[in-house]
Design a protein around this ligand. Structure first.
Ligand code: ADP
Ligand code: MG
Ligand code: MG
Length: 883
């Protein structure tokens, strides 16, 4: 019984999410129909027991049913006071629409007649009966739904009924009879009439639904453990289809798409709960209750306030109004878009319901990226092709995919698609996962597609009713006009559909998002910098709150189209003098680049990494060059070109390395050819001197890559310092700068204390460090075997996405600690992709690392993740000190 569970303080793990919500509402004294919960443990026991309900469980259930009968004054199979119940699944993690519920259980030929007589409404009684038969048939007996729906459809046609509401008592009676025949036909047995037998079969079916295909798929996508099991909720029925003062609805206590305050949802008058979700009738906005059932509406608002005050969060609720009286059937924390998550969290702080720390922990850092997602340019003059409901924000462009299989195939081919469906069902989940976004012709803001895409953070438009989908012709049309091209663009922020690829723009940080990020900045310990190579990226990084550039790669300064020719000549040069000649042509261009980026980041540190990649990356590929030379030789007509190509070929052969990743690159290249570094630092220092003179405040940190031995850094630093002196003298200027080392080889990490003597800062290049630590070449292994390792749980996660704490993390920890011990002024950062991964950030926060650096778009993610990490670290430190 709900009351017992409340007393025993059972949690979601035992009661499942639905049961937990019902019990909490019971505790709060809210109007909840009485009921029983069979715990998740019993589900696991059920599977251990060969999928059978064992005698002890059966008698326990019956004992509780007897208590329920006593409590409600109703009884199974009692014509005077018949007890009807719903049998509902409910896993510990919310899995919306993933498992099935049987309503109106306990009804049979005898009870339906008694019900009709007692209530004086035959239509209601037989409507209820036919609902039970088809649900029981489908969910418990596994009969194909179409067997029932085709009967209903043809009956509707025969009496010219537009909707279910037009069917009278006689009609439902006939349909119920037909349904019973289907059951006999399909199973060879009559529909069980004993409510207890019905119940045991239904309980088994709910347990079994834990392993149905869509539940398995959902768990896979969300990483929910198979071992949790589902609880079964047996709840006394209340009837939203009883009379004109009855209704059923689903609602959110705030808008799940924008986070705006105020109840947001849909109702159907004179209907049972399933009707809203399944979309058989188009629901009305919940506000309509204000007119039709004002008392119940007021009660509903009161209940939502109580729920929010208790759960301190936005709730997703199901309710039914029976003859004017409100009953609560479900509450759970509502899924929401990133936009809504941020707005709700900041609003709840304002309302005094939660603290800033709690608000910061409420928002999923990964989700923030969504908010910075592109949108269709709001100033576009282009006319939309169609309009629907804006169900999940963000814009997406793709080709059309009409089925799950099409979407999955396209994804495999690397193509982007929008999944287009009349409406989605739980079976479509894998297709939604494969698509960029979803467009449906039917359904409301609480329909399946809307709920699932919001959870996944994918753009979605639902209820675009003007769109006709032609599965055969593989196209969609509006008013008979098919789309013009292959692509469509959908914008889930405003519900607009365009029949072409639209230009997208990037939104700026503002409103609640800036508020929550400014709170994050107060709580975090780690600095957040950005990896940016151009002034535009630097600008974006700054806008997103980066405190500097943690990694400015200079490679692009060599391979821009107009420079590549010079770089190639430089590499081909036979003598140092010749090489210097070409380098001096490059210098002014690079200086301009440095001026650009230093200006964009004025006042903030810019970490410039000197040339890192091996030289052969700037030369033509051997497999392309060789055939060209062979052809030129055979033709023998163009001697001049042949000589030139042969020279290149010779150099390419010389520079060729078996393992370029581990070859002559970074510091190793530059100690042998110091003129390359010299040109780069000269350009940097000249830029620095000029900007300083102009009144700017450039802050330069020069970073040396691929260091494995302290002496390498020492020598490289000598090159830099000498150049700095030279430029200062030449330009009669004074400026400051720092020199630091990337730590991306295990040897560097292990000799950190030596390297730290020559370094102002360390920056962990965790990508290369991961490659070197695992001896995995990323380009090869990510395609070849990492997916296999992941699906066979040889690796728990891809080490290039989430830091490998055991080894790479251990090196980071050790090197940052020993580095700082050797040089207390040492600043330590992380510039690999892990710097933007929330769980890796949590790890770095627990080490001596001072800052992380990530892509400009991930800067807000990192700011929030760093705050969360520090809040959690402090609260667990506090918890352990009070023990
Ligand atoms: P789901 O997890 O798919 O939402 P539910 O168990 O919540 O499944 O139930 C499906 C529908 O049936 C919901 O609309 C719910 O409100 C309704 N429902 C469940 N139990 C009852 C009941 N005892 N009386 C009336 N309606 C119910
Ligand atoms: Mg529900
Ligand atoms: Mg590297």
């Amino acid at each position: 019984m709900f009351e017992e569970a409340a007393e025993k303080q059972l949690g979601k793990k035992e009661l499942g999410g639905k049961g937990y919500g019902l019990v909490e509402m019971t505790k709060l004294g809210l109007p909840v129909p009485s009921g029983i919960i069979i715990t998740t443990n019993m589900c696991n026991e059920f599977f251990r027991n060969g999928k059978k309900i064992w005698p002890a469980l059966q008698s326990k259930i019956l004992e509780k049913v007897a208590e329920l009968e006593k409590k409600t004054g109703k009884k199974f199979n009692d014509p005077e006071h018949p007890l009807l119940v719903s049998v509902r699944s409910g896993a510990p993690m919310s899995m919306p629409g993933m498992m099935d519920t049987v309503l109106n259980l306990g009804i049979n030929d005898k009870i339906v007649a008694a019900l009709a007589a007692k209530i004086g409404d035959e239509r209601f009684a037989y409507d209820t009966y036919r609902r039970f038969i088809s649900m029981f048939g489908k969910i418990v007996l596994g009969i194909d739904e179409s067997k029932f729906s085709s009967i209903l459809e043809s009956y509707k046609e025969s009496v010219h009924a537009k909707s279910d509401l037009d069917i009278n008592a006689e009609g439902w009676k006939k349909i119920a009879e037909e349904y019973k025949k289907v059951i006999k036909q399909e199973t060879g047995k009559d529909l069980p009439s004993d409510p207890k037998e019905q119940l045991m079969l239904a309980v088994s079916a709910v347990f079994n639904s834990w392993w149905n295909q869509r539940a398995i798929e959902y768990r896979k996508i969300y990483g929910i453990s198979d071992s949790l099991g589902t609880a079964v909720n047996i709840v006394t029925m209340v009837y939203g289809n009883l009379d004109d003062k009855s209704a059923t609805g689903v609602a959110f206590t705030r808008n799940p798409s924008t986070g705006e305050k105020g109840i947001f949802g849909e109702i159907l008058l004179k209907a049972q709960g399933e009707d809203v979700v399944s979309g058989v009738r188009t629901p009305l906005p919940v506000d309509k209750l204000k007119e039709s059932l004002p008392d119940a509406y007021e009660e509903l608002i009161r209940v939502t306030k109580t729920l929010e005050a208790h759960f301190k969060d936005m709730q997703d609720i199901e309710f039914t109004i029976e003859s004017g009286k409100l009953y609560m059937l479900q509450t759970r924390t509502g899924k929401r878009t990133a936009l809504a998550a941020v707005k709700i969290a900041t609003d709840l702080v304002e309302e005094g319901l939660i603290t800033k720390e709690e608000a910061l922990l409420r928002v999923e850092p990964q989700q923030l990226e969504q908010l910075l997602y592109k949108q269709i340019d709001p100033n576009t003059k282009e006319k939309p092709f169609a309009k629907g409901l804006a169900a999940s924000p963000g814009a997406a462009i793709g080709k059309l995919a009409f089925t799950v299989a099409e979407a999955q195939e396209a994804k495999r081919r690397g193509e982007k698609v929008i999944l287009v469906r009349p409406e989605t069902t739980p079976e479509d989940i894998a297709g939604i996962a494969a698509a960029e976004g979803v467009l449906t012709a039917r359904g409301g803001m609480t329909s399946h597609a809307a709920v699932v895409t919001r959870g996944m953070g994918k753009p979605c438009i639902v209820g675009a009713e003007e769109i006709k989908i032609d599965m055969n012709a593989h196209t969609i049309s509006v008013n008979g006009k098919p789309i013009s091209g292959e692509y469509i663009t959908i914008d889930g922020t405003n519900g607009l559909v365009y029949d072409k690829q639209m230009p997208l723009v990037e939104p700026k940080l503002s409103g609640s998002l800036s508020t929550i990020l400014s709170w994050a900045d107060k709580f975090r310990r780690l600095g957040v910098m950005a990896n940016a190579d151009t002034p535009e990226m630097a600008k974006k990084a700054r806008e997103n709150g980066a405190e500097g550039i943690g990694l400015d790669r200079t490679e692009r300064m060599f391979n821009a189209p107009e420079r590549l020719a010079i770089v190639q000549k430089m590499i081909l040069a036979d003598t140092k003098e010749e090489r210097m000649k070409y380098l001096s042509q490059l210098k002014p261009m690079q200086k301009e680049d440095f001026i650009g980026i230093l200006k964009a980041m004025d006042g903030l540190p810019v970490t410039i990494r000197l040339l890192d990649v091996p030289l052969h990356e700037f030369l033509p590929k051997l497999d392309e060059l060789l055939p060209e030379v062979v052809e030129l030789r055979l033709k023998g007509t163009d001697a001049e070109k042949l000589v030139e190509k042969e020279k290149v070929l010779k150099r390419v052969m010389e520079l060729r390395e078996a393992n370029p990743m581990m070859g002559q690159r970074g510091v190793r290249l530059s100690l042998v050819y110091p003129e390359i570094y010299e040109m780069q630092v000269e350009a940097i220092f000249e830029a620095l001197a000029e900007l300083t003179k102009q009144g700017f405040h450039p802050k330069v940190e020069i970073m040396i890559s691929q260091v494995a031995e302290a002496q390498e850094l020492k020598k490289a630093k000598e090159i830099v310092t000498a150049k700095a002196e030279e430029v200062m003298q030449k330009l009669n200027a004074k400026f400051e700068y720092k020199v630091g080392s990337m730590i991306e080889t295990p040897r560097a990490a292990l000799t950190a204390s030596k390297i730290a003597q020559y370094a102002d800062f360390f920056s962990f290049g965790t990508n290369d460090l991961t490659q070197a630590t695992f001896a995995f070449s990323r380009d090869d292994v990510e395609a070849k075997f990492i997916p296999f390792y992941l699906s066979n749980t040889i690796l728990a996660s891809n080490p290039f996405q989430t830091l490998d704490y055991d080894a790479v993390g251990r090196l980071v920890k050790l090197a940052s600690k020993e580095g700082k011990e050797a040089n207390p002024k040492l600043k330590v950062g992380v510039c690999g992709e892990h710097g933007g991964d929330p769980s890796s950030i949590e790890f770095f926060n627990g080490t001596d690392v001072d800052y992380v650096s990530c892509s400009p778009y991930r800067v807000p993610v990192a700011r929030l993740a760093a705050a969360q990490a520090e809040i959690r670290r402090k609260s667990s430190a506090q918890a352990s000190s009070t023990v």
